[in-house]
Design a protein around this ligand. Structure first.
Ligand code: PLP
Length: 308
């Protein structure tokens, strides 16, 4: 079998007509809008939010495009990465029929979204060195496997997944390989974004919640080929990114130098902290981290973490 996006998408999603909003249909500049029943007096705030936001967030995407080196057409923006994860299930996985593969221990939202959507989760645990078990993955894949989630750097282990192993998945799996790069800014390993032109089955998730310090704004990014982005846009809420978030994110993206400094400092402090924790007498092992957190194996770990 060869990769074919239309074979992966749920029939109902393929057939449906997307909601077309007033802001969607009107293109151009106007000083008076009467087509969306908004309040023409303004807002009871010092900043006006009386108008609906740009449904496709072009100004923000253009800014991200130049920072990330990817065309705006290859970007989807969500209410956190979590929205992108949920939409992947809703676009590609038929409830009660399809399945996805995850590699525990890993980020909890993949399984939560799967359960919300009544989609089976196949778990292929990471090896002892927290790398992929390629043989077991091959065995787990069946005709109804739609998505494979690779979290790299992985939460909670902190390591990056071997690039060549991810490439094996990309080259051999006919569903989508979703690489969650929430911690990529801290990693020595490079992003897979340049590989988008190579792999039509690649989806990359990033977020402004970690290195960018904007967890409260809720802005997640998905990068993928245009056919996949088109499906995201078809299924998402028409105005999923509010005006305040769009404006504040645009402003924040102008401060990339501060972010680069913070990221560098975080990496230095992480190295220092890893070394110091390693000296504690109840520390068994400090795992190498490519993220902004550290996994530590300790004697009687439950005793130190039990908050009840
Ligand atoms: C924190 C985190 C995210 C971020 O999710 P948002 O919804 O964008 O805040 C995504 N993936 C992983 C693995 C994370 O740890």
């Amino acid at each position: 079998m060869k990769f074919n996006l239309d074979n992966l998408v749920r029939e109902n999603i393929k057939k449906m007509t997307a909601y077309s909003s007033a802001r969607h249909e009107y293109k151009g500049e106007a000083s008076i809008f009467l087509d969306a029943n908004e309040n023409s007096f303004g807002s009871p705030l010092s900043v006006n939010y009386n108008r609906y936001p740009d449904p496709l967030q072009w100004e923000l995407k253009n800014k991200l495009s130049s920072i990330k080196g990817v065309p705006s057409e290859n970007i989807f923006l969500g209410n956190g990465s979590d929205e992108a994860i949920d939409l992947l299930f809703r676009i590609f996985c038929s409830p009660g029929k399809d399945n996805v593969i995850i590699f525990p221990p890993t980020y909890g939202m993949y399984e939560v979204c799967a359960e919300t959507n009544d989609v089976l989760v196949k778990k292929v645990p990471l090896l002892e060195n927290f790398q992929l078990n390629l043989e077991a993955i091959e065995e787990a894949i069946d005709a109804n496997t739609k998505l494979i989630f690779v979290c790299s750097p992985n939460n909670p282990t902190g390591n990056s997944i071997d690039r060549t192993d991810i490439e094996v998945l990309l080259n051999n799996f006919d569903g989508l390989v979703v690489i969650d790069e929430a911690y990529i800014n801290f990693a020595k390993q490079k992003t897979f974004i340049p590989e988008l032109t190579e792999y039509p089955n690649l989806v990359i998730l990033q977020t402004l919640s970690k290195a960018w310090g904007l967890a409260g704004l809720r802005l997640g990014m998905a990068f993928a080929g245009q056919p996949i982005i088109n499906y995201f846009n078809k299924v998402k809420y028409p105005y999923n990114i509010n005006t305040a978030t769009q404006q504040l994110a645009i402003e924040a993206l102008g401060n990339i130098l501060s972010i680069n400094n913070w990221t560098k400092t975080t990496a230095e402090q992480k190295d220092w902290l890893s070394e110091e924790i390693g000296k504690l007498k109840f520390t068994q092992f400090v795992y190498p981290s490519d993220a902004n957190f550290i996994l530590v194996k300790m004697d009687k770990a439950k005793k130190y973490t039990n908050t009840s």
